[in-house]
Design a protein around this ligand. Structure first.
Ligand code: CA
Ligand code: CA
Length: 174
């Protein structure tokens, strides 16, 4: 007899399905709520597909009041949920993008930035300043580097000087 147990809340209900003998048991004990942290997965089913893009567009157009996993919606890391995010989700689902958020190639100088909340190691490019999410190994302040990484939309900032950059690779340039 297939029995499915889902922990999610405070009630226990047993549903018997006809005469087949199949039963569904739902136990809600409170406190445990599964949440997806997959970028682009706005409906919390752990997949990133066109349904996510549709729901995001509906939300953006005020046709939907909420998203089950809104924390995954800002896939371009601009701290806004828009049709651009939906387009990126579709591109990712179609195999035109291999990573969400899209990877960026940045060239700049590693500096020690002085922020409102203290000092932190950052990447100064010609136009922007990024704070490194992870400590850089083998790279010192003053080094010119090329970084492949993405802006962490859910991360905010560490020392208050710029967005968080999650580096996938760092190459010294001189
Ligand atoms: Ca999904
Ligand atoms: Ca966005």
């Amino acid at each position: 007899m297939p029995v499915r147990v889902i922990l999610a809340g405070l009630t226990l209900c047993i549903v018997l399905l006809g005469t087949t003998g199949a039963a569904s048991v739902r136990a809600e004990t409170g406190g445990i709520i599964e949440t997806s942290w997959v970028f682009g997965d706005v409906d919390c089913d752990y997949d990133v597909d066109s349904r996510d893009a549709l729901k995001l567009l509906q939300y953006h157009a005020d046709l939907r009041s909420s998203l089950a996993c809104k924390q995954n919606a800002d896939v371009d890391g601009n701290y806004d949920v828009s049709s651009v995010d939906a387009a990126l989700i579709l591109q990712y689902h179609a195999g035109l993008l291999d990573h969400l958020p899209p990877l960026r190639h940045l060239v700049g100088m590693v500096i020690l930035a002085h922020g409102d909340e203290g000092d932190c190691v950052a990447l100064q490019t010609e136009e922007e300043l990024f704070v490194f999410f992870y400590p850089l190994k083998g790279v010192s302040v003053g080094q010119r580097v090329e970084v492949v990484g993405y802006v962490e939309p859910r991360g905010g900032s560490i020392c208050g000087v710029g967005p968080l950059l999650v580096s996938i690779s760092v190459e010294k340039l001189d």
